[in-house]
Design a protein. Sequence first.
Lengths: 616, 161
Amino acid sequence: MSSKKNQLTSIRDSQRSFLNRDFNAFKSSLTQYARTFFSDKLSDFGQNGFAGMLIEINAYVGDVMSYYMDHQFQELDLTQAVETKNVERLIRNSGVKIMGASPSIVKIDFYVELPSILSDGSYVPNLTFAPIIKAGTILSSGGGVKFTLLGDVHIGQTTYAGVMYADYVTMNTDNDGNPTSFSVKRSGFCTSASISEEQFTIPNKFKAFRTISLASANVSEIISVIDSEGNEYYEVNSLSEDTVFRRMDNQKSDKDLVSENLELIPAPRRFETSTSNMTKKTTLRFGGGSALSTDDDIMPDPSDLSLPLYGKRKTLSNFTIDPNKLLTTTTLGVAPQNTTLTVSYRHGGGISHNVSEASIKTVSTLMTKFNNSVSAADISSIRSSLEVTNVNPAEGGENAPSINELRSIAISHRNSQMRIVTKQDLIARIYTMPNKFGRVFRVGIRANPNNPLASMVAILSRDSDGNLINSPDSLKANLRTFLNESRLISDALDIVDTPVYNIGVTYGVTVSGNANSDSVLQKVNEGISEYLKIENFQIGEQINISDIVNLILNTDDVVGLVDLTFSNLTGEIGGNQYSDSSFSVTVNTARGIIKCPDGGIFELKFPDDDIVGTIR
Amino acid sequence: MSEILDYDYSFKSSGIRVGDDPRLEELISSNPVGVILPLRQGVERSGIFEMSFDPIVQIRNNLKNLILTNHFERLGNPLYGANLRPLCTEYSAIDNFDAAVMDRIQQAVLKFMPIVELDDFSLSMVNDTDPALLRIDMKIKYNVPKISSMGNVISLSFTLI
């Protein structure tokens, strides 16, 4: 009896399921159902009878519903979704920002003619006349693509020691052959994106999460959003982010290496952007709070989260808590009200903007700033002397990604995250810090032997001549600010300098009888120098002696390798200044490998002096 | 209310046999087979709609249904039916109209009602009152060997345009 009941229950349950069924499956189930429950009322359930027709109609309805249910499930999966709106939504959900066409970037050389001045017995460009070519200067390529200068180009900028950054050559001389003017060259980056400004009048009516849409398509960057009271609105990835990074000019002595500092500031006025894949137009979405609650917005009150205890409860059960509530407010930023927003942004781009080298020659709009002491005539003369060119082709211009390209990006982006968990995350985060805040040349991560929760981050930089130097303090400070945003709270990162171990190589070879000894040694030296050049080394990377043996023996006319020794060079030797870090080559050599001491890096600093070869 | 029956009983009998009274036969008749088309209000035992209690009647109904149904009329079963309607507009264009109609009916019966064995087919033209229309009367003879029902006939008619 109970088995019959179970059977009927099973039939009923299967009838209710609309998943994974087609017309025939529904028809079969409905027929079975009808035969089980209505056999005393009707017996002809075949497709030719009236009952069969009703079953087929119901199966059809079920099939259609099942199709749409399957479709809905399919639309939840990024790999299978077909409706553009759903694909867009899923792409956004994966954290990928939909962008329009991207502009190209090109390095432009600016040449201006400056009068000369006698300084310390030699003629140099008179920097009093040197202009600042302002960001926003517009140049044109032969094909008509406009390029806008991204940052100010200080023609007369000098290092902390007073040395000019710019290159210069003599242009005109007087009768005695002394330079009267120089052609001074400095470079700056330009983008093919155009800058537009739009104003939006916001009525005196509070509206949470107010949105405004920009008129131009393919917006690549929102430069600024400022209201009529002068308040600045900051762009954030998500409205739940309440702080942003701000760039500040570095005024310290290491400004040559680190031009800007990074600062974290609260951003109660903020917005997020989204771009429609259909129209390529960008919409700004502001926060949901009123300006009256700005104070609360900056400083949320943690006591608001205190656990409510009503009645006579004396015990507490386990409860869950959202830690974000302690850090953020419910308003998600301030919504503008009764003001006028001025939005400045860059837009435009495409693959056609990747113009060839030496095609940007025309200055369409020139914006300059001169020292107050420079006369109008001189200003006019210097401005008219300006010439520009691009040595390299413009790069980076791309058409807007298609929906399928975005889909692929989103799938791969799912694996990434905005926090540092693995060693690779940390290395990637350090290398991607904008180089205005200092450039890290090499990073090495190792465990801190004294603290199991800490990692030691050894960093190294290079000076303008390409020599290895300890990273400047400003860079470390910027790195600390930059990493702290994505660091897990329980992790500790110790940013330390990387000891540089200078090495020397001495070898003796026998060469074939008719070979030119000097030529052979030169070839071997070049080979070793190429192998040991700093670009090929990472922090902690070892030297494989067999590789160098192999390299020497494979050099033309080398018959045999008699001896090969490595040494550690420190202090000053023959006028060359080496690192003070030392290590024992003998102790650190085992099984044909020279191991680098923890957190250090090998450097062949002066290849001409540090590689000594002898013909035996 | 039960009816009092007036019978003579012998001592050799313990009652009456089913066949002795037609009213008793009705009481033990079989369940309904199917719904009769066109739908109409049921009488007596039929319930809401008129039902057939005889498989032969139901098969006739179903066969008529099959022949009069055209393709794409059935939801979810688009190729159900003999699909005779397209022939209505091609009467003069088809050399052997009778054979074409017969072929379609035969194909449909073979596919959807293999229980039916077609026996004879006749077709006659009838000039209707409207001179532009031509009515065709069909008479189909068929057997249902499985239930030993032989010599069944259905008559159908449709109009040529």
